[in-house]
Design a protein around this ligand. Structure first.
Ligand code: NAD
Ligand code: DAU
Length: 339
């Protein structure tokens, strides 16, 4: 089996590569990644040791080199993780999100159509559904919830989903789409809530919580997401969307306080800052479809997953310190200057 994993030098893509290498040692895996600020070649250090793994540095929107790669390799399965993924950055600069997430996906779809694949899987997000009210805990996102995007990031992901589906309807390309809730775990770039709070708490720096901290996210340990994608690409129905989430809703403040408690740091580090424009109130996934059809269940409880994640950041400080000491510091100052 020849598998193309795009965006594999980022957070979820790299976890997925390690998951696949362990579960399917005979699969030949190619990772295509542009190594943007969010991609880190060091993350793939162990994957590179396998002879049936190839890393290609390249942009998914670069039609000529993507087509060349498809022609050379003849992939059976393509899984598209590559994307600009940070909502705050999309608010400052939407255009790169459209180029990578929409036009990049289109190039991959065209290549898959031209050279033929058994499955093209688009890794999407629950953010395409917009927000749910906080005072209606009975409401969840299902696969039929209308798309209603709040940020340029989510609009770009929804556009890519629609485009992916159109290649199924029009060209009969065997696609599937997964829409997962917030992931956490190893190799999570420290601009996102959980790794940002862990790494700043370790330095006893103020922890910027947007608004009143009562926005709700539905957290899933990254390995549970990887298992869901594995099931979808091997057993999921073509042309279908599968929501992925583990009914694990927490307010941001709950998450931040838990991290501080685990690290034995004071809550006085919490610093309420100006809210994110268009900040979605609550995400919550109804995962019934993937549970009933494919037998997927989350395996990691949040209390267990957050401890494992904090332990990983303590044990792998070299990985994140090289990030927070570099260009990232200027990014942080720029991004939070007005907050
Ligand atoms: P990430 O930002 O950590 O990694 C993205 C990777 O894509 C990086 O390695 C980057 O170099 C690469 N990339 C970006 N633009 C590229 C381009 N034009 N060509 C080639 N490579 C490019 O993101 P992540 O958090 O790992 O998210 C992966 C995917 O999962 C994204 O599509 C995202 O929308 C989706 N998703 C993320 C979450 C989450 O909680 N992080 C939840 C649901 C869905
Ligand atoms: O739901 C899936 C999505 O989850 C993915 O599609 C995105 O790629 C991923 O980045 C994530 O989006 P969020 O916007 O939910 O994640 P983020 O970590 O940026 O923020 C989580 C919550 O924490 C959100 O309510 C905003 C808040 N927040 C975030 C940051 C960075 C803060 O309060 N302070 C911060 O400094």
């Amino acid at each position: 089996m020849k598998v193309l994993i795009t965006g594999g030098a980022g957070f979820i893509g790299s976890n997925f590569i390690y998951y696949m290498q362990e579960k399917y040692p005979d699969y030949y895996i190619v990772c295509l990644d542009a190594l943007t600020y969010a991609g880190n070649f060091e993350t793939l250090e162990h994957a590179m040791k396998k002879s049936n793994f190839r890393f290609v540095k390249g942009n998914i929107a670069d039609r000529e080199s993507v087509f060349k790669l498809f022609e050379e390799e003849g992939f059976n399965i393509v899984i598209n993780f590559a994307a600009e993924s940070h909502v705050d950055r999309s608010i400052k600069d939407p255009e790169i999100f459209l180029k990578a997430n929409v036009l990049g996906t289109q190039v991959l779809l065209d290549a898959a159509k031209e050279y033929g694949v058994d499955r093209f899987h688009q890794v999407s997000t629950d953010e395409v559904y917009g927000e749910l009210p906080i005072d209606r805990p009975d409401l969840f996102f299902t696969e039929d919830t209308p798309l209603q995007c709040s940020s340029p990031y989510s609009a770009s992901k929804a556009s890519a989903d629609l485009l992916t589906f159109s290649y199924y309807k029009t060209y009969k390309l065997p696609i599937s789409i997964s829409r997962c809730s917030n992931n956490y775990g190893p190799y999570h770039f420290p601009e996102k809530l959980i790794p940002l709070m862990i790494t700043r708490a370790l330095y006893e720096q103020p922890l910027p919580v947007y608004g009143d901290g009562n926005n709700v996210r539905d957290w899933l340990y990254v390995e549970d997401h990887c298992r869901a994608i594995d099931l979808i690409i091997h057993k999921g129905r073509v042309g279908e969307v599968y929501n992925v989430g583990g009914h694990n809703e927490k307010t941001n403040l709950e998450v931040v306080k838990l991290i501080l408690k685990e690290l034995n740091k004071p809550e006085s580090l919490i610093n309420f800052v100006a809210d994110r424009p268009g900040h979605d109130l609550r995400y919550a996934i109804d995962p019934s479809k993937i549970q009933l059809e494919l037998g997927w269940q989350p395996e990691t409880l949040f209390s267990e997953g957050i401890s494992k994640t904090i332990r990983w950041y303590l044990d792998n400080s070299k990985w994140w310190k090289s990030i927070v000491n570099g260009e990232y510091r200027q990014y942080y100052e720029r991004m939070y200057k007005e907050k």
